[in-house]
Ligand binder design. Structure first.
Ligand code: SF4
Length: 226
């Protein structure tokens, strides 16, 4: 765990894992290149600024002060998280994972080893737009992960970033149908795209998205920034 694969370490936050006092470990690299991604620095970094061992040294100084660690990025699961999470757990912290959920094998292993307490998962796009938005063909792996988590009733949330030039009302309704057909019952956050100084696709402000056209019988829809 001496490789420098961590871009940054946020030493304290109360907002990234709601109800918890956390730090955030920001991993470098990602297997996606989402058009609206504003973490391009992390995604394209070849080397980070910290090793996992250095993060653990920091965490040892926070025992009794923080209760949890958030793993984010970039995409944390393209790295081997099992030894790192095992050490975090030995220190007594809860772990939240932010993920695009395409490493279904590692996520299942982490869950089966009781190394993750909560996940926030991005549902990027319906199948027919998945590549266009993410530059990845891993829709089926994403689906496999969330089916598994629904089946075992794991504690997680799903969220979608909406830029109206990329996802329209029809697309969101199709994604809702997928989640309803899988029996997803937890919150589904629909978050409005916010313009940032830079992003991977160099995309600009969007036109209007009409949330009144979004239909759901059973899902717990939560709107953010609309
Ligand atoms: S927004 Fe997309 S490209 Fe950016 S870190 Fe998340 S999954 Fe990777």
């Amino acid at each position: 765990m001496n490789q420098r694969i961590v871009y940054n370490l946020t030493k304290f936050t109360t907002t990234d894992y709601v109800g918890h006092l956390s730090c955030v470990v920001w991993f470098i690299k990602c297997n996606f290149k989402c058009l609206y991604c504003y973490n391009d620095d992390l995604v394209y970094s070849k080397e980070g600024n910290y090793s996992l061992n250095e993060c653990l040294e920091f965490l040892k100084t926070r025992v009794g002060l923080l209760d949890s660690v958030v793993l984010s990025g970039g995409e944390a699961t393209i790295h081997d998280l099992i030894p790192f999470c095992s050490e975090i757990k030995k220190l007594g912290f809860k772990i939240k994972l932010d993920t695009n959920a395409t490493n279904d094998k590692q996520i299942k292993e982490l869950v089966q080893l009781n190394l993750i307490d909560y996940m926030a998962i991005d549902f990027k796009a319906p199948k027919n737009k998945f590549y266009e938005i993410t530059k990845s063909y891993k829709y089926e792996q994403f689906l496999e992960t969330i089916k598994y988590l629904i089946d075992i009733d794991f504690d997680f949330e799903l969220r979608t970033t909406i830029h109206s030039s990329l996802l329209n009302e029809y697309d969101i309704n199709e994604m809702i149908k997928v989640l309803e057909s899988l029996g997803y019952k937890k919150p589904y956050y629909l978050q409005n795209y916010l313009q940032t100084p830079s992003n991977i696709g160099n995309i600009k402000e969007q036109s209007n998205f009409n949330k009144k056209e979004i239909l759901s019988k059973n899902l717990d829809l939560q709107w953010r920034n609309f």
